[in-house]
Design a protein. Structure first.
Length: 104
C-alpha cells in the first residue's frame, strides 16, 4: 500500500529492498561523502516535500548528518545494519519500521 513512497538512508544499501516493494530509497550520502551544508538544505527541503518520516542509518557510517535531517523534518532515526548476521530478520524488521512510519 506504500508503493511510490520514499524513505531516507545514509548510504544507499537497500536498493533491492526498495525496488521489490515499489519504494523509493533516497540517500543522504552524496558520491560517497557526507552532504555539504547546501546539499543538506536541499535534502531537508526534498524530504519535507515527500513527507519522509523515517531515516535509516547504518552503524558503519557517521549518524550526524542524518540526525540533523531527522531533527529538521521531524523524522524517526533508526539504525539498520545491511551487514547483519540474520538478513531475513533484519529485512523483516526494516519492512515493519517502514510500514509503521509510512502508515502514520
Amino acid at each position: 500500500p506504500y508503493q511510490g513512497r520514499s524513505f531516507l538512508v545514509f548510504h544507499p544499501s537497500f536498493g533491492y529492498f526498495a525496488d521489490s516493494f515499489g519504494l523509493i530509497q533516497e540517500a543522504v550520502e552524496i558520491e560517497g561523502k557526507s552532504p555539504s551544508p547546501r546539499q543538506l538544505t536541499a535534502i531537508i527541503k526534498e524530504a519535507r516535500a515527500k513527507q519522509i518520516r523515517i531515516i535509516f542509518v547504518q552503524p558503519q557510517f557517521d549518524k550526524r548528518p542524518a540526525s540533523r535531517i531527522a531533527q529538521a523534518i521531524g523524522a524517526e532515526l533508526l539504525t539498520m545494519d545491511p551487514l547483519a548476521a540474520n538478513v531475513f530478520d533484519n529485512l523483516r524488521a526494516m519492512a515493519e519500521k517502514i510500514a509503521g512510519a509510512l502508515g502514520s
